[in-house]
Design a protein around this ligand. Structure first.
Ligand code: BDR
Ligand code: CA
Length: 313
């Protein structure tokens, strides 16, 4: 299996990425770290522990990372993910019974990278603050990182400003550090993730599993659908983050292009935009793998199966 550390801000779609990584035998989930993003660090950390508690995911250490970006204002996505960061009609998970690791995220990731015999894949699905801090604080660990498979950016337009996607806009300097790190990066932007929509048919498949966990998942997707309808007018919400782990499980699900990717740091109206040179016009090295075409049916088969496996305990 692929050894993985998830760095996340749950968040409805982050929550499903945790389920997928924990359930699928092609992934060895070594650790979960949290970052401020969809909600405050306190809330995203509580949510990671809640998701693991309700899904019976035990023995995976969870540690809290950075509570603010390297530069600029803190921002959250309460309009999309609610006051808790993981709102849902029936999802009031209460106190988690999965503990918080006493180490901070930076220490947990360092210890995990040093302890694992093979290089580890980092999967950030929130603002890239924790990963940037890791690369700055521990350049000597670069050889322990197999690759970075991230959700963020777009080849097209944004979802938080006209130009910028949420994860990148939250911490553009961190994203810039990660994309210029020289490590192999695969980017799942909105152009790809908007192809993975949780349609009523998908929700019905999850409901039909008939377990307490599947009921919670339906509640989360129902809430997520309602905010995506209100804010963006979408018929069905895109479940962005789990495309990262789905790609690691089955590399045939998503077609990739290679391109130079720059993060706009100074634009008057475009700070946080990812400038993706798909046609090679800049002459910069095409050193980032960019997700393009998604097999949505294959993706949802993996998600439904993960909810089934964990729901059966
Ligand atoms: C990204 O922003 C967050 O709201 C989601 O969890 C996802 O990681 C989509 O722009
Ligand atoms: Ca996220």
């Amino acid at each position: 299996p692929v050894p993985v550390i998830l760095d996340c801000d749950p968040g409805h779609d982050d929550a499903f990425n945790i389920l997928l990584a924990a359930a699928n035998p092609a992934i060895e989930l070594l650790a979960i770290t949290t970052v401020a993003g969809n909600q405050t660090l306190e809330k995203t950390t509580l949510n990671a522990r809640r998701v693991c508690s309700v899904a019976g995911i035990r023995g995976v250490p969870i540690a809290a990372g950075r509570d603010r970006p390297l530069h600029g204002p803190r921002r959250i996505a309460e309009d999309i993910h609610g006051a808790s960061g993981l709102d849902g009609p029936g999802f009031a998970a209460g106190e988690p019974d999965v503990p918080l690791d006493p180490r901070d995220a930076l220490t947990l990731v360092r210890d995990t990278l040093l302890a694992h015999p093979a290089p580890v894949t980092l999967v950030p699905t929130g603002p890239l603050t924790n990963i940037a801090v890791l690369l700055l604080a521990h350049p000597e660990l670069a050889g322990r990182i197999e690759r970075i498979v991230m959700m963020g950016g777009s080849t097209e337009r944004g979802n938080t400003t006209p130009a910028a996607e949420f994860n990148i806009l939250c911490d553009p300097e961190a994203a810039d550090i990660v994309l210029r790190s020289g490590l192999p990066v695969t980017m799942f932007g909105l152009n790809a993730t908007h192809q993975a929509q949780a349609t009523p048919e998908v929700v019905a498949r999850i409901a039909a599993l008939g377990t307490p966990l599947s009921g919670l998942c339906v509640d989360l997707l129902t809430y997520f659908a309602s905010t995506y309808r209100e804010v963006f007018g979408f018929d069905a919400p895109p479940l962005h983050d789990p495309l990262t782990v789905a790609h690691l499980i089955d590399p045939t699900l998503v077609g990739l292009a290679r391109a130079a990717v720059a993060v706009e740091l100074t634009g008057t109206h475009t700070r946080g935009a990812t400038v993706v040179d798909l046609h090679g016009v800049t002459g910069r090295p095409a050193d980032v793998e960019v997700a393009m075409d998604v097999d949505a049916d294959g993706f949802w088969d993996l998600i439904v199966d993960a909810v089934r496996v964990l729901g059966e305990g």
